[in-house]
Design a protein. Structure first.
Length: 401
């Protein structure tokens, strides 16, 4: 409530200035400068936790002054931000009902009312308002983005594609990334319906929109693997290293399966190459597992130690401690117990660490989200990369500084 009062102070000042200016042109004594008395009554109602009465007063002011459209817009927006969508709707509906608004003011009011409906979960009403605004050319870009938000919530990806195409002439940034993701969503739906032709169509359209679309390549690789075309699947999975290396963990299971199905004996070589070019905790762990099976635990420990010499990585450290704990013998029960305790502590810390994070808003997750659940951006939730340990020369420079 205090936030609302502070934000209303400029409106109070403007109200007082306008009333004073209006009264200055009248005959008779001039009222002392200050806010409109009714506005002060409204503030008192807010302080007394009586928002409905406050709204009545503020609407009365707008009706008396006739030119305080901004008061309606500001109050409605503030109530909506506070989660009181019903009060925001009441304010903006009152404003829309007035026949003295300019076309620009009406556009703002209708858009704000649409936002209120969205906050209240009345998506059908919001859709009607946004479509009306887009058709008449008022607040067109914002209205189209409102429609895009609605169709994304409803997972109506075909409508999302339509709106994205309509947005292209007005958007400040290209819509290619979003269009590619909508086609990927449609490809996933077609795959669940067992319609391979439709899947390929949407994957082709996704690649046309965004040639670096990792998700389209991943879906194509999974389809090839399901169709027993391991060569094609392997080529597609390896392409991810060039398109978006941070997503290698997503293709790792399929890549390993393709190599094993083909009977190739170069799994370790492939994983070592990927780790050297694109360090990633899951790829490093897969390499350590392959080394342990093929060459024994010492080879796995050596690879983990070399990696940790240059990277801060709890997952690799946890795996190293696990191997060391397993190597402890009964004769060294004390050291084995200490290694086990350290391993448990690191494992606990690792469980609290997010595996994925949004590069835009910082949303943390344990699994990949192609659209961030927080900021709603596409392709920003990516696997967390290990921090590199500075070399001796860098550390020396820091000590000198």
């Amino acid at each position: 409530m205090i936030e609302l009062l502070f934000l209303l102070l400029p409106v109070a000042a403007a109200s007082g200035w306008w009333i004073g200016r209006r009264d200055a042109g009248r005959k008779g004594p001039v009222a002392p400068p200050g806010a409109h008395p009714a506005f002060l009554r409204g503030l008192n109602f807010l302080l007394d936790e009586q928002p409905d009465k406050a709204i009545d007063v503020f609407l009365e002011i707008s009706e008396v002054d006739g030119e305080t459209v901004e008061t309606h817009l500001a109050l409605g927006s503030l109530y909506r931000r506070r989660g009181e969508a019903d009060r925001a709707i009441r304010i903006h509906q009152n404003l829309v009902a007035r026949n003295t608004l300019s076309a620009e003011q009406r556009g703002y009011a209708l858009f704000e009312l649409g936002q209120d409906y969205m906050r209240a979960g009345l998506l059908d009403r919001a859709e009607i308002l946004f479509e009306e605004l887009a058709e008449i050319g008022l607040q067109r870009e914002r209205a189209l983005r409102g429609l895009l938000d609605i169709y994304q919530q409803e997972r109506d990806w075909s409508r999302c594609l339509e709106i994205a195409e309509r947005l292209k002439p007005f958007s400040e940034h290209p819509m290619n990334l979003e269009i590619a993701q909508y086609h990927c969503e449609l490809a996933e739906e077609a795959r669940r319906r067992a319609e391979p032709a439709a899947v390929r169509h949407h994957l082709d359209r996704a690649q046309d929109a965004d040639p670096l679309c990792v998700r389209a390549t991943l879906i194509a690789g999974e389809m090839a693997l399901a169709q027993q075309d391991q060569e094609a699947a392997l080529a597609l999975f390896l392409r991810v290293a060039d398109q978006g290396a941070r997503y290698l963990p997503e293709v790792l299971p399929g890549l390993i399966q393709a190599l094993e199905d083909l009977g190739r004996g170069d799994l370790i070589d492939v994983l070592e190459s990927l780790v050297s070019r694109h360090p990633s905790p899951p790829v490093l762990l897969a390499l350590s597992d392959a080394l342990e099976r093929a060459r024994g635990p010492e080879a796995a420990l050596a690879a983990l130690t070399d990696y940790l010499a240059g990277h801060v990585d709890l997952a690799a450290l946890e795996r190293l401690l696990q191997l060391q704990s397993q190597q402890a013998t009964a004769a060294r029960a004390g050291s084995g117990h200490r290694a086990h305790v350290v391993h448990e502590v690191v494992r606990y810390l690792l469980a609290r660490q997010p595996a994925y994070q949004c590069d835009h808003c910082g949303f943390a997750a344990r699994a990949v989200h192609w659209q961030c659940p927080s900021c709603k951006r596409w392709g920003t939730v990516q696997p967390v990369q290990p921090e590199r340990i500075p070399g001796d020369d860098v550390l020396h420079e820091r000590r000198l500084a």
